[in-house]
Design a protein around this ligand. Structure first.
Ligand code: B3K
Ligand code: ZN
Length: 879
């Protein structure tokens, strides 16, 4: 496998203004008749053309109506080459493909009884010969023939323009999509599907039919997705002025899907786990996930489909922007601070780890071997953080003007990240040239900040130094533009700020919040008229994807945690206090001392529990200790993570907190229980989350408290409370209690695949007993199959990334287990295989397991027949 480079980008020699496809779907195979109108790109003088095509059996080929004979074209396992081409030609091919045998779930494949497609990024080439690259946009017309009884519903992009009966109890449907699109947005579905339907009236008064197609049994689980879709459509009109552009919008749910969902033009295809929702089968977090993914895919209609990517190096053009859009949508729908907390946690835990590891790459990568490996946290989440920083630097009005200009300038085009920034720059007049480094420079920048108070001069200076560690291929880094949102905390609350150089008495000078623009390696900011020595509140709202180092005392952190004006900063200060406290416990444990948790932290948490004014959801977030993976990521800087030590420290802290604050925890648990009928609304969600956080602390205290979980499990009317209780019973209950609760839950819910998947996942993450043994047994369970990505993620993925002590057990068996699964999936589903491997690639961060992890990677590297996906991850992580 060879790498391809952004710097070698060449525009296509031919374009395909028009594509006609005719599918004949059968039980053993499918025939694809394709008619492509090819037109030489203005400016090109090429007469030959190489079309992409993989796993295709070419049955017929004709140019301008004349069948080609051997020698007039060339076919290999990845392409079809034509020569002697005129300026415009019509190419007709017939290929035979085998969707039934397609276990990679890329191209046209079968999920249970239905046919469906997944073409992004390069799956269309497994359907027919084509220029399968996003800068070739074509108008598609699609004819589908299939058995009427098995496949009464036949869908593709755009509008349905014809339908008719055929011989042999078959039927035909024709779809035409008026919008030119790249092949990755093509979709086809055929199946026996039921649907729910609704309508939406757009801001200009057009009525759009909305349909969600599912298996009959799931009809009752579509409401939440439908409501989410309508909210998203309205929000995009209100916030971005973007209206939907066809008369119909379809969503289809499929069980076998490599990721969450796909934004195919007017025919979004979803993993059932990201679309179906009901109180019995979906947790609060699941409801929120459905809403945000429905919105995300819908928003792609403009940020992705109407304006798409020139090449796959520009993936963040659509993904970073669309993640930013969906995050703002969720923040507007719910609680903004909480959404920022969730996103910052994800970035700090997983994206920072990516940035610090062997696969580190810029938001716009320079090269790749297999693009499927670059649907990463860096491209998505850091990409979104980069768009957010533009939003912060420009402010909402100028950002909106920039996005208007972007959509107007590039509608119908395939463009680059630079085009996006150009639009923001041109409309605002803000020079973003230095800012662009965020797209090309990999690694997590670090701000080392110190504060200096001068009581006589009444000034407070912030000295800021920025740096960024080297990443593979990028030894030297340049200073970035970093918006640093901040405030200063005094004894009685946040101080009014006056920055030196700022006009005094202006509206700005009056408030307590600033965004400092850090753009040099070293800089100072001087605040004047500061009446007392303040504690700085830094990186409010997680205003940039950076690490901040500031030598806060524990008392400073407590002050910020209890009194700062910014919700995110309060949470963040609490987390820092916890990280320090947990670090001390680890040191005590290593030195064989008695473990003693920082009393200041316990007091602060007690204060939170007693504060009845604090929103429950915020209290829940502030009470939760940083996760083991977050702590491991932080430790990767200080000589590497001690998995056992982290786990032990965290468990000790949980017990100590519960021991000291048992009455408060029990009181809040009682006060927060929701007695109304379940609804996935913010107020209830907050109370449930807080109650379950309290319960999970209490469970560390012993049998009597574990019994509360048993009661909750019996009484619950929703999956959130049930799963939380089951987790506690399984983790803290006695063995017999654990096994019977798990068995009973399965017996109750074995008919609901999505619930069973969550049941599998919960067990894969239990740390009692021999986790690996448990996981092996789960893989033998009738509910498990390696062919379904949701199951693989629930068991293997959850174990490798969500059960650190199990995965990193001292004998290395966890690594061998994961490697074995990757070996099996390497050919069957390369995308899944490569993704599962990610935890092993972090081997340098784990001193104890380092050798065994590396050896497992070396074993994989030596296997014959590695897919490009797995090869890339393995070889880069060993380099
Ligand atoms: N664009 C798709 C992801 C496709 C992944 C292909 N391996 C979903 C999304 O980001 O909206
Ligand atoms: Zn997306």
């Amino acid at each position: 496998p060879k790498a391809i480079y952004l710097k070698n980008y060449q525009p296509p020699e031919y374009l395909i203004p028009e594509t006609r496809l005719h599918f004949e779907l059968h039980e053993e195979f499918a025939l694809v008749h394709a008619t492509l109108r090819l037109a030489r790109r203005p400016g090109s003088s090429a007469t030959s053309l190489r079309l992409h095509g993989e796993d295709l059996e070419l049955l017929a080929i004709a140019l301008n109506g004349r069948a080609l004979v051997d020698g007039e074209y060339a076919v290999d396992d990845a392409s079809l080459t034509l020569t002697g081409l005129a300026e415009t030609v019509e190419l007709q091919t017939t290929t035979r493909i085998r969707p039934q045998d397609n276990t990679a779930l890329e191209g046209l494949y079968k999920s249970r009884a239905m046919f469906c497609t997944q073409c992004e990024a390069e799956g269309f080439r497994k359907i027919t010969y084509f220029l399968d690259r996003p800068d070739v946009m074509s108008v598609f017309s699609v004819t589908i023939d299939a058995d009427l009884e098995r496949y009464p519903v036949l869908l593709s992009n755009g509008n349905r323009t014809a339908q008719s009966g055929l011989a042999d109890a078959r039927h035909r449907v024709v779809w035409e999509d008026p919008f030119p699109k790249p092949a990755y947005l093509f979709a086809l579905v055929a199946g026996d599907l039921a649907r729910v339907e609704d309508t939406f009236t757009t801001m200009s008064g057009r009525s759009v039919v909305l349909r969600i197609y599912v298996e009959e049994k799931d009809l009752g689980k579509c409401d939440h997705a439908m409501q989410s879709l309508k909210h998203a459509m309205r929000w995009d009109e209100e916030v971005y002025g973007r209206e939907y552009d066809l008369d119909i919008f379809n969503i289809v749910a499929v069980d076998d899907f490599n990721m969450g969902a796909m934004e195919n033009k007017s025919l979004n295809i979803f993993n059932t786990s990201c679309i179906l929702a009901s109180p019995e089968t979906t947790t609060d977090v699941g409801f929120e996930r459905v809403e945000s993914i429905v919105a995300h895919e819908y928003f792609h209609n403009w940020s992705g489909n109407r304006v798409t990517c020139r090449d796959w190096f520009q993936l963040s053009l659509k993904e970073g922007f669309t993640v930013f859009r969906d995050a703002e949508f969720s923040a507007d729908r719910g609680a903004r601070d909480l959404k920022r907390i969730e996103d910052a946690t994800l970035l700090r835990t997983a994206q920072f780890a990516e940035d610090g590891g062997p696969m580190a790459h810029p938001v716009r990568p320079d090269s790749f071997i297999e693009i499927s490996n670059f649907y990463t946290l860096t491209v998505y989440e850091k990409g979104a953080a980069v768009v957010r920083m533009i939003h912060t630097l420009l402010g909402p009005e100028r950002f909106r003007a920039g996005s208007d200009l972007y959509f107007e300038r590039h509608d119908g085009q395939a463009v680059t990240c630079d085009d996006f920034v150009d639009a923001m720059q041109d409309s605002s007049g803000v020079d973003l040239s230095q800012f662009r480094r965020w797209y090309s420079q990999a690694g997590t920048p670090e701000l080392a900040i110190s504060g200096e108070y001068d009581a006589d001069a009444r000034t407070f200076a912030l000295h800021v130094t920025q740096s960024c560690p080297a990443t593979p291929g990028q030894p030297d880094k340049l200073p970035l533009v970093i918006p640093l949102a901040m405030g200063l905390l005094g004894d009685a609350g946040n101080l009014r700020l006056q920055l030196q150089g700022e006009p005094a008495g202006s509206e700005l000078a009056d408030n307590t919040h600033r965004v400092l623009e850090v753009n040099a390696a070293e800089q100072s900011f001087l605040f004047t008229d500061v009446p007392e020595k303040p504690v700085p509140s830094l990186l409010r709202g997680f205003s940039a994807p950076v690490r901040v180092r500031y030598d806060f005392s524990r008392e400073d952190l407590c002050a910020l945690m209890m009194r700062d004006g910014d919700g995110f900063a309060r949470w963040d200060a609490g987390q820092q206090l916890m990280v320090q406290a947990l670090g001390n416990l680890q040191t005590q444990r290593r030195d064989g001392e008695a473990l003693a948790l920082d009393p200041l932290l316990v007091d602060a948490l007690g204060g939170l529990l007693r504060d009845e004014q604090l929103e429950p959801a915020v209290a829940a977030a502030m009470l939760a200790l940083p996760g083991e993976n977050t702590l491991a990521e932080l430790a990767s800087h200080a000589g590497g993570a001690d998995v056992e030590g982290i786990h032990a420290a965290r468990e000790h802290a949980r017990g100590a907190i519960a021991g000291a604050l048992g009455d408060e925890l029990a009181g809040v648990y009682r006060r927060c229980r929701v007695s109304e009928e379940y609804a996935p609304v913010g107020e209830q969600i907050g109370r449930r989350t807080l109650a379950n956080v309290c319960l999970s602390y209490l469970a560390t205290l012993g049998e009597a408290q574990v019994a509360l979980a048993a009661t909750q499990l019996e009484a619950a009317d929703n999956l959130t409370d049930r799963l939380a209780a089951l987790q506690i019973l399984a983790q803290y209950g006695e063995a017999s209690q654990r096994e019977s609760a798990l068995q009973r839950f399965y017996d109750d819910w074995s008919h609901e695949t999505l619930v069973v998947n969550q049941w599998l996942q919960l067990q894969a993450m239990l740390t009692v007993g021999d986790s690996l043994e448990r996981v092996r047994a789960l893989m033998e369970h009738p509910a498990f199959t390696l062919d379904n990505p949701n199951k693989v993620r629930a068991v293997v993925g959850a174990f490798a990334s969500g059960n650190p002590t199990g995965f990193h057990r001292a004998d290395g068996a966890g690594y061998g287990f994961l490697g074995g699964i990757v070996e099996i999936l390497n050919r069957r589903n390369p995308q899944m295989a490569a993704r599962l491997l990610v935890p092993l690639t972090k081997w340098r961060n784990y001193p104890a397991g380092r050798d065994a992890m590396r050896e497992e990677l070396q074993r994989l590297a030596a296997l014959p027949d590695l897919s490009p996906d797995v090869y890339e991850v393995v070889s880069k992580s060993l380099a």
